[in-house]
Design a protein around this ligand. Structure first.
Ligand code: KIV
Length: 292
């Protein structure tokens, strides 16, 4: 029998860094997938506001609300009691003020049971990070391609390509660490920039999404890793299993079998004893609908 999985904790994450064991992190948005990820031993789960695109079909993450995030994060917690669970602060849930940020981070913790929150932005958001951390909530920063600023960044593309833009990301990482972030996600920055930030981090876990192998661990969007997003496949993502193809094949088989009347088969339904059925016919004939 396999050992039951232990709950991942903050010391557990730091221990992985100390042991030079890469941390595994995936996005997740629903109960059954959360259950599978927890069973597979994924260290961290992010309920990303990417759910606006992967689950709700919007073209960006901007329409996602706190209520959307709370509902999905609570479902993921029910399915994944052991992974370190991160709730992603949606657009305008922390930008307006430090107080707004603390209140919404508090909602995440109180209403979903998640272990920490993540928000986008560098030095400009450092006071939000400080406020949330001082409220006792472990906080993750997110730099590089930050999808909530996709218009300002000019699209979903590599960030920090030039020395001066890379310097800004390095400075932002320092500001977030100084504000108390225990972890920073670097999305789509050059591998060498990610390596520099990882080397310079003092007490901060650096995670990579499309930013190369030198971070303390890797994050992937679940729908990219399992070919479930119909609109595009980012170059940075590897397809680990083509679940999309398996589901499409199953759907065609379902439509075919129902159409051809080969489903349902005998084992897919339940019968009724002859005497009960005869009684039923009698009752119907007599106009009697009384329960026995
Ligand atoms: O919302 C999300 O899934 C994210 C990832 C793109 C990092 O923030």
């Amino acid at each position: 029998m396999t050992e039951p999985r232990k709950k991942m904790t903050l010391p557990g994450l730091y221990q992985k860094v100390a042991d030079k064991q890469p941390i595994t992190w995936l996005t997740c948005y629903d109960y059954p997938t959360a259950h599978m990820q927890d069973q597979a031993g994924v260290d961290m789960i992010l309920v990303g506001d990417s759910l606006g695109m992967t689950m709700l079909g919007y073209d960006s993450t901007l329409p996602v609300t706190m209520d959307d995030m709370i509902r999905h994060t609570a479902a993921v917690r029910r399915g994944a009691p052991n992974a370190w669970l991160v709730g992603d602060m949606p657009y305008m849930s922390y930008q307006p003020s430090v107080e707004t940020a603390i209140r919404n981070a508090g909602r995440f913790m109180a209403e979903t049971g998640c272990d920490s929150i993540k928000l986008e932005g560098g030095a400009a958001m450092a006071d939000r990070v400080r406020g949330i951390v001082d409220s006792g909530i472990p906080t993750i920063g997110h730099l590089g391609l930050t999808p909530q600023s996709v218009s300002a960044l000019g699209g979903f593309k590599l960030q920090g390509k030039s020395a001066s833009l890379a310097k800004k990301i390095v400075d932002d990482a320092r500001a977030l660490e100084e504000a108390g972030a225990f972890c920073i996600l670097l999305e789509l920055v050059p591998d060498r920039v990610c390596e520099l930030i990882t080397e310079r981090a003092k007490n901060c876990i650096i995670m990579s999404l499309g930013s190369g192998p030198h971070a303390h661990g890797q994050l992937l969007i679940y729908h990219d890793a399992f070919a479930l997003y119909p609109k595009f496949k980012p170059r940075m993502a590897k397809v680990f299993a083509d679940a999309g193809a398996a589901i499409r094949e199953g759907l065609s088989a379902y439509v075919k079998e129902v159409t051809e009347k080969t489903f349902p088969a005998k084992e897919n339904w339940f019968g009724m004893p002859d005497e009960e059925y005869d009684d039923l016919l009698k009752m119907l004939k007599e106009g009697s609908y009384v329960h026995r």
